[in-house]
Design a binder for this molecule. Structure first.
Ligand SMILES: Nc1nc2c(c(=O)[nH]1)N[C@H]1C(S)=C(S)[C@@H](COP(=O)(O)O)O[C@H]1N2
Ligand SMILES: [Mo]
Length: 426
């Protein structure tokens, strides 16, 4: 008879200041005991549950394509398109309402330079030409007969988190600030397979990848990447790539800035040098303080963000919470994530949830006992190349704040007395 009897427990180990607990706590039973002791419904657990109306009538019929629960209708992208256009802009992933590492297709962020083209797959072609022995043209059907591979990879827009370059912390949450990041399982044909068939001329050092949208988005990519892990993705989380993410095929360059992952891919040209397209000269360069710009900044460097607690999600009663979030690096795997509740004065290791994959998002979790007082929550990612996510101050000191792209500094959420969570600079 355990009724009314509190489970015995030893005090969980503090791993860093202001209540951050040992990451292994959730692996032991004690966390469950601490958490469930705080749940108000626990005392009534012995009473029989009411019979609800939905238990008394037959349920809804089958549907050809499933939709989320109507009660989960807030789990949605936020859309912002440039005034005067219909499809130039972004929609962002609601990471504060999701968990795990995979972004559902309907919530994958979108970034279009001129809307989503309505591509008839039967009329679509992929051309490979330039410095090759034999130019090749593929239909979707032909491409699908090649051997395929899957990669779980994040795509992050180079402009993600750019608001942190601003002088004052934008009073927004995870989704509008960091929502230009998603992670999916992409399946398709290795670009190397197609290039080998075309026969690469030894003079070729680069490729040009061009999309079939009316923006004509095109980027130059080093041949080494094209011959490495680049994929012509045809499937996204098991189903055909969504129109907004590149149907019927897109280029996937794991770890590289979002815009190089050309959607609606129609042409690959092998070249000696980069083509210097509009998308790599007038755009997607990083303007520095001295007025010079960095060009061809391909890799999205190690970064992390706490998705809960976060602005918009007010804390409840003081007690045990999980600090959870996402970490990723275009250089490889996440090696560790540290969490702080005192604005970076002390840090504790977070638990990394398996699988931890290169160029994929990694979910981290850290138990935290919130005492009801003020706290500043931060996370810091380190990848397996040894790269450590910089503080915001260091990033801006090194690079300036005019760059707009590739902001990967540490972000801070301030928890106020009473539980309101706000974006702050620490
Ligand atoms: N053809 C084409 N490819 C494109 C774009 C585009 O507008 N047209 N946008 C790019 C940008 S800036 C990003 S961040 C990614 C976004 O991919 P997603 O919309 O699938 O999330 O696609 C890239 N590929
Ligand atoms: Mo982007």
């Amino acid at each position: 008879m355990r009724k009314n009897k509190r489970p015995r427990r030893s005090e969980p180990e503090q791993a860093a200041g202001n209540g951050v607990l040992d990451r292994r706590l959730f692996l032991t039973g004690s966390a469950v005991a601490i958490a469930s002791a705080a749940l108000p419904d626990k005392a009534r657990a012995a009473e029989p549950l009411p019979v609800q109306p939905w238990m008394k009538t037959p349920g809804a019929p089958f549907t050809p394509y499933g939709q989320p629960s109507k009660y989960a209708n807030k789990v949605a992208r936020v859309v912002s398109s440039i005034p005067g256009t219909t499809g130039t802009g972004t929609s962002r992933t609601p990471h504060h309402l999701l968990d795990g590492m995979i972004t559902p297709n309907g919530l994958h962020f979108e970034r279009h330079h001129n809307g989503v083209p309505d591509i008839n797959p039967e009329a679509h072609r992929l051309l490979i030409h330039g410095l090759v022995n034999r130019p090749l043209v593929f239909t979707l059907e032909a491409l699908m007969r090649y051997p395929m591979e899957s990669r779980i990879a994040f795509i992050e827009c180079a402009g993600n988190s750019a608001l942190l370059y601003q002088k004052e912390p934008a009073q927004l949450g995870v989704q509008p600030i960091h929502g230009l990041l998603s992670c999916a399982e992409w399946t398709g044909v290795r670009l190397a397979t197609l290039l080998e068939e075309a026969g690469v001329d030894p003079r070729a050092q680069w490729i040009l990848a061009e999309g079939a949208d009316s923006a004509g988005m095109s980027r130059s990519v080093p041949l080494a990447k094209a011959m490495g892990d680049a994929l012509i993705a045809i499937y996204q989380n098991g189903e055909p790539v969504r129109p907004s993410n590149g149907y019927p095929m897109r280029l996937l360059l794991p770890g590289y800035e979002g815009n190089m992952n050309v959607k609606w891919l129609r042409r690959i040209k092998l070249t000696e040098a980069p083509t210097m397209t509009k998308d790599e000269t007038s755009k997607y360069t990083i303007l520095q303080n001295d007025g010079k710009s960095l060009q061809f900044c391909f890799t999205q460097e190690a970064k992390s963000v706490i998705t809960r607690p976060s602005p918009g999600l007010t804390m409840g009663a003081p007690g045990l919470y999980e600090i959870t979030g996402l970490a990723w690096s275009g250089y490889g795997k996440i090696a560790k994530v540290e969490v702080s509740a005192d604005g970076g004065a002390s840090w504790a290791l977070a638990a990394l949830q398996e699988p931890v994959l290169p160029m994929a998002v990694t979910r981290f979790r850290s138990p935290w006992r919130w005492d009801g007082g003020p706290a500043t929550l931060q996370s810091r990612a380190t990848d397996d190349s040894g790269y450590v996510q910089p503080s915001r101050a260091k990033l801006i000191a090194d690079r300036g704040a005019r760059g707009n792209y590739h902001f990967n500094g540490i972000a801070s959420w301030g928890v106020a007395q009473g539980g309101e969570v706000k974006h702050v600079y620490a």
